[in-house]
Design a protein around this ligand. Structure first.
Ligand code: NAD
Ligand code: LMR
Length: 329
């Protein structure tokens, strides 16, 4: 018997990430090739944005996706989020050259208060929320705090792009395929302070740090390359990453819903206090997922260098949180 459609809301649907994301969701890349979807698309009320959204929807129609069971355009989150199972909160201002993501807090934070409240009011009680709009961790924290009637664990921030970047840089260094690497993760904030950690990783079953035992490369090349990749893309393209961000959003939600089969991935999630991170902090953790739930990988030994980096990214997140205190009460 055919599955009932799942309702997926995407905000900023006429933006650059939206343009890479929507077609893949409708194609079944995110929720499975047997899972029909209904797209509920949100854009700002501005006439130009709504017109652009209509254009994107015309193109989606023209793909005749067999799994697309419906599609609606919205300018109000209260209608866009009605009964949704998945929310991809992409709509927000991107940074330009010379900016850090936290410089966007003032412009973007308010969006996530309003959208958190709307999710609280009208979304499915099991809604899975992924915040992509920057600064992603703190925006996800704001949305979570604005939705007190939904479980906090339903709110997540995107660190999957950082995870994928970390995998790809490490694979290039050792000249092995991506699939040879397991147990890598990125701790903390989606910002240059993130800590891409392969101290627990294996490459073809061998400990990664026996294959790459070059602390100078890790400190001076690997971590800055992964941590500042977003800025390097803005510098090269004149625009922030879009297709790779959409791909990471698909990976994040697919793994959350369909499971990782025991493999590690990275998700930004509200801390339960694990590894000394204050409860509720929206923090990148190594997780595995099963039956639609994520679980933090427990019992890892954190060496002194790793602890120093984790402390640094935590400090930044706590400062960002302090800066939005007035919005979350
Ligand atoms: P974009 O400017 O191309 O598109 C953003 C869209 O959001 C626009 O169409 C805009 O009208 C819409 N929008 C703005 N406010 C909205 C609101 N309140 N409700 C609904 N829609 C709204 O930007 P983009 O390149 O698609 O990037 C979107 C966001 O994603 C940015 O904040 C960017 O920094 C962030 N981003 C995050 C990651 C990550 O890894 N977490 C990666 C890439 C980009
Ligand atoms: C990225 O990491 O590519 C995004 O967060 C966009 C940015 O501002 O760097």
């Amino acid at each position: 018997m055919a599955k009932a459609p799942m309702r997926v809301a995407v905000t900023g649907a006429a933006g650059q990430i939206g343009y890479s994301l929507l077609f893949r969701i409708a194609n079944g890349d995110m929720l499975g090739k047997d899972q029909p979807v209904i797209l509920q698309l949100l854009e700002i009320p501005d006439e130009k944005a709504q017109k652009a959204l209509k254009g994107v929807m015309m193109e989606i129609d023209d793909c005749a996706f067999p799994l697309l069971a419906g599609m609606t355009a919205h300018s109000d989150p209260m209608t866009a989020f009605k009964d949704i199972d998945v929310a991809l909160l992409v709509g927000a201002r991107p940074r330009g050259p010379g900016m850090e993501r936290k410089d966007l807090l003032e412009a973007n934070a308010q969006i996530f208060t309003v959208q958190g409240k709307a999710l609280d009011a009208v979304a499915s009680r099991n809604v899975k929320v992924l915040v992509v709009g920057n600064p992603a961790n703190t925006n996800a924290y704001i949305a979570m705090k604005s939705a007190p009637n939904l479980p906090a664990k339903n709110f997540t921030a995107m660190l999957r792009l950082d995870h994928n970047r970390a995998l790809s840089q490490l694979a290039a260094k050792v000249g092995k395929p991506i699939t040879s690497i397991e147990k890598l993760c990125v701790w903390g904030n989606h910002s240059p302070t993130m800590y891409a950690d392969f101290t627990h990783a294996t490459i073809d079953g061998q400990p990664a740090n026996t294959l790459v035992n070059d602390q100078a490369w890790i400190k001076d090349v690997y971590l800055p390359t992964v941590g500042k990749r977003g800025a390097a893309i803005i510098e090269a393209r004149g625009l922030s990453s879009a297709a790779s961000a959409a791909n990471a959003a698909i990976d994040h939600v697919r793994d959350w819903v369909l499971g990782t089969n025991g493999k590690w991935t990275t998700m930004g999630i509200p801390s339960d206090g694990s590894y000394g991170i204050p409860e509720g902090t929206m923090f990148g953790y190594p997780v595995t997922t099963e039956n639609g739930e994520y679980k933090i990988v427990q019992g890892l030994e954190i060496d002194a260098f790793s602890q120093e980096r984790i402390n640094l990214t935590l400090k930044e997140l706590l400062e960002e949180r302090e800066g939005v205190k007035h919005l979350v009460g």
